[in-house]
Design a protein around this ligand. Structure first.
Ligand SMILES: Cc1cc2nc3c(=O)[nH]c(=O)nc-3n(C[C@H](O)[C@H](O)[C@H](O)COP(=O)(O)OP(=O)(O)OC[C@H]3O[C@@H](n4cnc5c(N)ncnc54)[C@H](O)[C@@H]3O)c2cc1C
Length: 509
């Protein structure tokens, strides 16, 4: 395989400090609130370095938006259901370094292969596929333009070059200063791409962040283009766990945390946070004694963080700026996940994950029986299939049942053979816990470090200059929070790598 040229190789964002102690002293304590990717990552790094950590998770299980639960289907079989398909991209360096603690070879992840973007055949657009592009930034762009059915070279004359080059000029400070005031829709309007190019390449992408273009910051959109494409030296390939997230991630992470001396307490809802004088922080927990610790990492999702801070008047008095910024945090669009246990299967040529464009509700289709061990076993025994439908930004007024019915109709319009699937069981949920990235919020979005001493934030909604998003943002902010605790305790930081922080043309006009 061709090596990626030096400037595009992973950037060492935080380097190890062998001159500093690896472990902290015996008195260092921390409470981490929230047991999703961010909370588990922060707790693990702290526990490995000798901090006495308790991880508090409100739900009965770890995982947050990658949580799992048991379900008995109408045929009597017991299955593990999850919150939804997740792609583990290869430039998620921080997350992958944490996952390597479970298996240095990452043997529980496998390449999902092609990742087509499709529209219903009646629209007449061939699917777009991002696999097997060169890994070197810029070459990947040239290859995409040359091979993509969504670009006709003649049409490129109409593209606004200044706007298009903003992706290559990405800079974590200047891009936000210049573009955060307007929406991704305005940016896409001014780019001048054909309707097809816009639908196939950009609209699906914006939805993947649980936002619609009209309410999504253009700066955020450019940051995502840099992270996933124009600055990404790993190609657009993604991996997925070979089995459900409980088996592959959360049970092994719990064992590892406990091995390092951490306490993992599920079913423990933090209800308020209080500065506790020189001792640090107190966390009131529903129906249980309060917890005290020198350091606090809050790794809850946006609605839960707003609620927790609103119920913490002593925190608001100590850090009024932080309380105001948290109260103003925008939410993303509501989203819906429906898992269908079916008799029959779709065409064997369908990809395990397909992005869908220009449907009112449906944004992606995942074939779990071709991805995940438990679903594969269930499907094999019944000659069936496990099909998961996602709507990442669904019409807010419609009910869950209407949305599921609409997604099923849209699936049949996309893949006609899906009309023959007989749904034996279905599990669907509508959620409102995705973060919003509305125009104009960047300056007030809180970062990891806060003006409440000893309190750090982590999660996919937390501002951070390291190129990252979604699960990788959760991991990066968590390790940044843990590093700040280690700094205060006199220990060396956990190293972190990222893709190059700025676009290839940043700094050139
Ligand atoms: C359907 C779907 C598909 C996705 N696909 C992808 C993908 O392909 N790639 C990707 O990178 N990302 C994807 N994501 C996004 C990814 O799931 C999130 O970015 C990531 O899981 C966020 O982790 P987190 O730890 O920040 O938040 P969360 O996972 O939301 O964790 C927060 C935790 O805090 C807990 N909590 C809340 N309140 C309290 C309280 N008061 N006390 C104690 N605990 C509390 C919650 O129960 C939860 O466990 C997807 C998300 C969804 C929903």
């Amino acid at each position: 395989m061709l090596r990626v040229p030096g400037p595009f190789r992973p950037h060492h964002h935080v380097t190890a400090r062998p001159d500093l102690p690896h472990r902290v002293g015996p008195d260092a304590t921390a409470v981490v609130v929230g047991g999703g990717v961010a909370g588990v990552s922060a707790a693990l790094v702290l526990a490995e370095r000798g901090v006495r950590v308790e991880l508090l998770e409100a739900a009965p299980q770890l995982g947050g938006r990658l949580g799992t639960w048991d379900r008995r289907l109408s045929d009597g079989s017991e299955v593990i259901v999850e919150h939804g398909y997740h792609g583990f991209f290869r430039q998620y360096y921080t997350l992958r370094d944490l996952l390597r603690r479970l298996d240095p070879e990452l043997g529980f992840l496998r390449d999902v292969g092609g990742y087509p973007i499709a529209s219903r055949p009646s629209v007449g657009w061939e699917p777009e596929d991002f696999t097997a592009l060169p890994r070197t930034p810029l070459l990947n762009l040239v290859a995409l333009v040359l091979r993509s059915p969504s670009f006709k070279l003649g049409e490129l004359r109409h593209v606004n070059a200044d706007e298009a080059l903003a992706m290559l000029h990405y800079d974590p400070v200047r891009t936000y200063a210049e573009h955060d005031h307007r929406s991704a829709a305005e940016l896409l309007d001014s780019l001048g791409f054909s309707d097809r190019g816009r639908a196939m390449l950009f609209e699906v992408f914006a939805h993947s962040f649980f936002n619609v273009e009209q309410r999504y910051s253009a700066a955020e959109f450019l940051a995502m283009c840099h992270f996933y494409f124009t600055g990404n030296p790993e190609g657009l390939g993604m991996d997925a766990p070979v089995d459900d997230y409980r088996t592959t991630l959360w049970d092994p992470f719990t064992r590892l945390l406990e091995k390092h001396g951490a306490t993992v307490t599920t079913g423990a809802r933090a209800v308020s946070l209080r500065p506790d004088g020189a001792r640090g922080w107190a966390v009131d927990v529903e129906g249980e004694p309060a917890r005290q610790a020198r350091h606090l990492v809050v790794a809850t999702d946006v609605p839960a963080t707003r609620e927790l801070v609103a119920a913490s008047p002593e925190l608001a008095a100590a850090a009024p700026g932080l309380a105001r910024r948290i109260a103003a945090l925008p939410s993303g669009e509501p989203y819906l996940v429906a898992r269908l246990y079916c008799e029959g299967d779709v065409d064997p040529a369908r990809a395990p994950f397909t992005g869908v464009t220009r449907e009112r509700v449906l944004d992606s289709v995942s074939l779990f029986h071709r991805l995940e061990g438990g679903s594969a076993r269930w499907a094999r025994e019944r000659g069936g299939s496990v099909v998961e439908l996602h709507s990442y930004a669904c019409p807010p007024a419609a009910s869950r049942d209407e949305l599921v019915a609409a997604m099923r109709e849209e699936l049949t319009a996309l893949w006609p053979e899906a009309a023959d699937l007989r749904v034996l069981d279905a599990e669907s949920h509508r959620y409102t816990n995705a973060p919003g990235f509305d125009p104009g919020y960047h300056l007030v979005r809180p970062g990891v470090l806060t003006d409440a001493r000893g309190l750090r934030l982590a999660g996919d909604w937390v501002a951070c200059e390291v190129p990252s998003a979604l699960m990788e943002r959760a991991a990066v902010t968590a390790v940044t929070a843990a590093n700040d605790v280690l700094r205060e305790e006199g220990a060396g930081p956990e190293p972190m790598r990222s893709i190059r922080p700025r676009g290839v043309l940043a700094g050139r006009r």
